[in-house]
Write a protein that binds this ligand. Structure first.
Ligand code: KG4
Ligand code: ZN
Length: 366
């Protein structure tokens, strides 16, 4: 095993949980030295969503060039690596396995430790990396100070809309999650309904700029309920009916022109943003934590970011939203691996993936 100094070292993080093949090098001071992402969106765009088997095959093609590029851009050699971190949960089984196989092979052949990353914890850790990168402090002091933890962590992505009580970077307690579609999934499906293409989030955001957020009164499911869960499938159906009408109904909506499309996009986006923020505020009250950290693809949405800022100012809580480039899937956030290395929480070489999505059940009405 390579000799480890407590001050220096280079971590290679690998991310392949869905449709992005990514690798990054992060040094022990948590500086991101390289952050390479090969997106597959062109591959999946004609299907209007990620096709798991195609994603796995593309990962096989991309993984080695992406790792090579991350090492090259960081200006190091493979032999300089201290540890390998890899996202093993949650995600698509085939996709996760490609990253894990590459990570195990490297860890074994270089004789360095392997650590397993929870992709959702990593989305929140992106806020921590951003805070440290803005800090003017000397590198060695950064890691000890300016922690974003404890905090309420909100992950809003294509697969999840989860709220956590985060005691530390690797101690997460689930407070609530979506019961059906995730927020990003709703953006993607509504974009399809409005013929806006894939991925839907950025397309809806762009289209919504020309629309009125109050043009349609779309549902804000669970907003007045105590539970910290989400449900976006009713909202998606409401947009579908408003856009294309209900089959067989006497009254049908007017044709879907650009103005109407923009109003629908803006009203939909406002409904998602309202619910996400209301639940995050509830989670802060429940945990009595005073900071909120938000990550995941949907956190790239400008309307969401602006409203979060307004609400944080009004209510007086600390807000950390991942920088846009670290919201969507990337491996830099796998810098979380350093926390595991330093705690000695290493993974064995027979490590497996834990695929699947985190959902909460809808309680039965008695
Ligand atoms: O975190 P991410 O890259 O992948 C998962 O872990 O799922 O999130 C991808 C999701 C997609 O559903 C995409 O439509 C959404 O994030 N997204 C956005 C925006 N950019 C990406 N949603 C709303 N507004 C955006 N600007
Ligand atoms: Zn993600």
């Amino acid at each position: 095993m390579a000799a480890e100094s407590s001050e220096s070292g280079f971590l290679l993080a690998i991310e392949s949980s869905c449709d992005e093949t990514a690798a990054a090098v992060i040094d022990r001071q948590r500086r991101v030295l390289s952050n390479v992402v090969a997106s597959q969106f062109e591959l999946h765009t004609r299907f209007g969503g990620v096709v798991p088997e195609m994603a796995s095959r593309a990962h096989v093609q991309n993984i080695l060039p992406v790792i090579d590029e991350a090492i090259r851009q960081a200006g190091i050699r493979l032999a300089d690596l201290t540890a390998i971190a890899v996202a093993t949960t949650p995600g698509l089984v085939g996709s996760l396995l490609i990253g894990l196989t590459a990570a195990k092979t490297l860890a074994w052949s270089l004789g360095v430790p392997l650590v397993a990353i929870d992709h959702l914890q990593a989305h929140i850790y992106a806020c921590q990396l951003a805070l440290w990168s803005q800090s003017g402090q000397a590198a060695e002091q950064k890691v000890q100070s300016e922690s974003i933890y404890p905090c309420v962590g909100m992950v809003v992505s294509g697969g999840h809309s989860n709220l956590y009580a985060c005691a530390s970077p690797v101690d997460f307690e689930l407070l609530g999650a979506t019961t059906d579609d995730a927020a990003g999934e709703a953006f993607d499906k509504v974009a399809k309904v409005l013929d806006l293409g894939f991925p839907g989030g950025p397309a809806i955001e762009k289209c919504a700029k020309a629309g009125r957020a109050d043009a349609f009164a779309f549902p804000r499911t669970f907003i007045h309920e105590e539970r910290l869960d989400f449900s976006f499938s009713g909202l998606k159906t409401a947009v579908l009916y408003a856009a294309h009408g209900i089959q067989g109904a006497k009254v049908q909506p007017p044709p879907l022109d650009d103005a109407r499309r923009a109003d629908l996009a803006a009203s939909f986006q406002a409904a998602v943003v309202d619910v996400l923020i209301a639940k995050a505020v509830q989670a802060l009250k429940k945990t009595r934590y005073s900071s909120l950290c938000v990550g995941g693809g949907v956190a790239a949405n400008q309307a969401f970011r602006e409203k979060l800022e307004q609400v944080a100012q009004k209510r007086g809580f600390r807000l950390h939203v991942a920088p846009r480039e670290l919201c969507t899937d990337n491996a830099a956030m796998g810098g979380l691996g350093w926390e595991l290395v330093e705690k000695g929480r290493l993974a064995p070489l027979d490590l497996d993936v834990s695929p699947g999505l985190i959902r909460t059940a809808v309680p039965r009405k008695s």
